[in-house]
Design a protein around this ligand. Structure first.
Ligand code: URA
Length: 425
């Protein structure tokens, strides 16, 4: 087998055989296929697609590239969720302790930023002392002791995905249904969770821009999970507007803590509760009441224990960026649109994400918006605050934001539409 023939097969719109898939995933993981060759193949997959059988085989090969975990020693049922990636998507932070407070064990093996979307681990690493890398024993101990753990997948879990994920981030090959579905599901199946709720984002800030593509991605992932014995449900959720009022690492931790304290933006609270209910039902705990666990402080207690168990100080001040720049509203009226993709790209350019896989992210970088679509704004009043340690990036962020905001002088204030658009089981 040689890699050039595998690349040519997909480049010429052919079907990859089981042998080609097994070989190329294994050879890439071992380093026998180079990054530039895998990026050519990833681009060919993005352009020409894969059928369901190819995706299933690719996923199985990624699972087989590493070890599988086993949560059978835990006394609680396991429930996990995974988001396909969005802007301002901090939901894992309040959700994991909330679902744990309701009686499930929540093993959240999470990722770093990908493209214009933020990463849960990058966000949590802005908490002084917090560690993303745990050994399997440490992870199980945190999970057993607190009910929830959010950490990096160990090197042994789907290592093929680890390499490919970082490569796709910097080669424009993220937005491919076969690659997203196999990336997410290989990690989740290898992790060994009993049930999984997928948050499939739709809209400008998501990798899937249309409801039709998001449905296909959701159905592909639900099929892969079910075939491997994982109870899998997908919610399709709106990502045309960024979630909450912040995008950026420490900024989003602050907002998540507000939610755990019983406050926070309504869309973040609504989505957290919707996903919590799905996770608890999938885990066999349909009578648990997540709204109560948010209101009575029990979710906050789990958060504090979970952060401490991973070396973090939940009371330490969060880092802030060295420089801020305020963008004011150019007109008076109602904000009718705030484009999630533009906000994601601007936050990324300010330093919240990375341009090359070895780059570090800035903990304090990001964007706050002071109004959400449907709300009134006054000309000259602060609309966005940009945060960065590298102020030379302000013009690039502002360029990305140029057409992000639409203000209508004639529209009356309105309630935003529902955050959950569909459910696929
Ligand atoms: N999240 C993942 O884990 N992988 C992707 O490809 C996209 C989002």
């Amino acid at each position: 087998m040689d890699v050039i023939s595998v690349i040519r097969t997909k480049r010429d719109r052919g079907r990859l055989s089981d042998e080609q898939i097994d070989w190329v995933v294994d050879a890439y993981t071992r380093g026998a296929v180079a990054d530039e060759q895998m990026s050519a193949l990833a681009m060919a997959i993005l352009l020409n697609g894969m059928d369901r059988a190819e995706i299933a085989r690719w996923t199985a090969a990624m699972i087989a590239s590493g070890e599988r975990m086993d949560f059978s020693s835990l006394s609680r049922p396991t429930a996990d969720k995974h988001s396909t990636g969005g802007v301002g998507d901090k939901i894992t932070l309040p959700l994991a302790p909330l679902v744990a407070a309701c009686g499930a064990a929540v093993p959240q093996l999470s990722g770093r930023g990908l493209g214009h979307t933020g990463g849960t681990l990058d966000k949590l690493e802005s908490i002084p002392g917090w560690r993303a890398s745990l050994s399997t024993e440490e992870m199980l101990a945190v999970l057993d002791g607190t009910g929830a753990v959010v950490c990096a997948a160990g090197d042994g879990l789907a290592p093929a995905d680890k390499k490919l994920y970082a490569l796709r981030d910097v080669t424009g090959t993220v937005e491919a249904i076969p690659l997203i579905a196999s990336s997410i599901m290989s990690k989740k199946i290898a992790e060994g969770t009993g049930s999984l709720v997928l948050d499939v984002k739709v809209g400008s800030g998501a990798f899937m821009k249309s409801l039709e593509d998001a449905r296909e991605l959701a159905a592909t992932m639900v099929g892969l999970g079910t075939d491997h014995g994982v109870r899998t449900v997908a919610l399709l959720t709106d990502m045309s507007v960024p979630l909450g009022l912040t995008a950026g690492n420490a900024l989003e931790v602050r907002e998540s803590v507000e939610v755990l304290a019983g406050g926070g933006p309504a869309d973040v609270v609504d989505l957290t509760l919707a996903l919590a209910r799905e996770m608890l039902t999938a885990a066999g705990l349909p009578d648990a009441d997540p709204a109560k666990a948010l209101a009575d402080g029990s979710a906050m207690d789990v958060w504090r224990r979970m952060i401490r168990a991973q070396g973090g100080d939940p009371d330490a001040p969060l880092p802030t960026a060295r420089e801020q720049h305020v963008v004011t509203a150019p007109a008076t009226g109602v904000l009718t649109a705030l484009d999630a993709y533009a906000v994601g790209v601007a936050a990324w350019r300010l330093g919240a994400g990375r341009a090359r896989k070895e780059d570090a992210v800035q903990a304090g970088a990001g964007i706050e918006w002071h109004a959400r679509p449907g709300q009134s704004v006054q000309q000259g009043a602060p609309l966005l605050t940009l945060h960065t340690d590298t102020p030379e990036k302000f013009p690039y962020a502002q360029e990305a934001l140029e057409s992000a905001v639409t203000i209508s002088p004639t529209t009356a204030p309105f309630e935003p539409g529902p955050i959950v658009l569909d459910r696929i089981a």
